[in-house]
Design a protein around this ligand. Structure first.
Ligand code: Q9C
Ligand code: ZN
Length: 355
């Protein structure tokens, strides 16, 4: 398996997140990638490539300019703000967490205050912005773009091993540890490349098998017919992101029918998961896409500390086999998965069925 990986992610190492009413160690840490990298290396399962910079407009297409400007500049501006208040600041130690949000009884007024700006673009308090969050996130999106470049060169499957993850990031909001939506960036870049190659009616399917609903990816493509978004995830009545991901969200406008949500109850085992995966794959097959992007989360594993499905390590072989039988050029993007000890074995079961 060709695996794209970039060490830049290590610089983004948030210390704590606001969770269950208190500050707790951040689940989304560099150790996640380190564990997977070491395991795949030891098993001889990966050919490693460093993420390179390709000319692409995909990030600017799927995200709003003001949001990108916010992500790029917020940390230094926040530090300057603290310095002006007379604080001694070590930027490497500063993590930004919002506290006030433009919820439905307020208005989404463009904020002047730096606190307002953070709340304006955030969806939760669990996604600290570190000094290197932007650099790491950008490297991860670069990996997704590079992965698409490889599948254009006769490589059937490419895995982009990166963090922070991406599928909760919307056109102009961040959350769930995600800042840029790498799966959306990959799909967009793929369509752009198809158009360049004389295929203006290209289609890409995104299959999201992270435990959490990929609300960001859904939002980005909700009104588009060129990207099918299919997600199997915990019922939002029971799990994050709580406010999106029900089965009646099927797309709008041009995108009507191009969004498929399959929510499952907490406690779901492979028996039921495997059945609904067949349904998801049938929908993708019927869509007839040129390529497939997988948002892969290892947080469906029974040992994940913040999730609630009951998949076992072996089940990921079956999952890989089922998806690989679609026989499509495939880009796999790393999303969640927070039980560090099972991440390597889980990927080592999921990846091999792909050609
Ligand atoms: N139990 C991904 O897996 N924490 N993000 C909410 C509620 C946010 C996970 C805590 C979980 C987001 C990419
Ligand atoms: Zn997740």
């Amino acid at each position: 398996m060709l695996v794209i990986h970039d060490e830049t992610h290590r610089e983004h190492a948030p210390v704590s997140e606001f969770y269950r009413g208190r500050m707790t160690p951040c689940f989304e840490s560099p150790e996640r990638c380190d564990q997977i990298r070491q395991f795949l290396e030891r098993q001889g399962l990966a050919t490693w490539v460093t993420a390179q910079d390709f000319p692409s407009r995909a990030i600017e297409t799927v995200h709003c300019p003001d949001y990108l400007e916010f992500l790029r500049t917020i940390h230094p501006r926040w530090c300057d703000h603290l310095i002006q208040l007379g604080e001694t600041v070590d930027p490497g130690q500063i993590e930004i967490i919002p506290h006030t949000f433009p919820t439905r009884n307020l208005r989404s007024i463009r904020p002047q205050s730096i606190h307002g700006q953070v709340g304006y673009y955030a969806m939760d308090t669990a996604s600290p912005i570190t000094a290197s969050a932007w650099r790491a996130t950008l490297a991860a999106s670069r990996g997704a773009i590079h992965a698409v470049e490889w599948v254009q060169q006769q490589v059937r499957t490419v895995f982009s091993l990166s963090r922070p993850p991406g599928h909760h990031a919307c056109r102009d909001s961040y959350g769930g540890y995600c800042f840029l939506n790498h799966a959306a960036v990959a799909a967009q870049h793929w369509l752009d490349r198809l158009a360049e190659q004389g295929e203006p009616s290209g289609r890409v399917a995104i299959l999201d098998v992270d435990f959490h609903h990929g609300n960001g990816t859904q939002q980005i493509f909700y009104e588009r017919s060129d990207v099918l978004f299919v997600s199997i995830h915990a019922d939002p009545r029971q799990a994050y992101p709580y406010f999106l991901g029900t089965a009646d969200e099927t797309g709008a406008g041009e995108g009507r029918g191009a969004n498929l949500n399959i929510p499952l109850p907490i406690g779901t085992t492979w028996e039921e998961y495997g059945r609904v995966l067949e349904r998801a794959l049938q929908a993708i097959h019927n869509f007839g896409p040129h390529g497939l992007v997988i948002s892969f989360g290892a947080d469906t594993h029974e040992e994940d500390p913040i999730s609630g499905f009951r998949l076992r390590t072996n089940d990921f072989s079956a999952m890989g086999q089922q998806i690989a039988s679609l026989n499509l050029p495939t880009v796999i993007i790393m999303e969640g998965g927070y039980q560090y000890s099972i991440l390597g074995p889980t990927l080592a079961h999921f990846l091999p069925p792909f050609p």
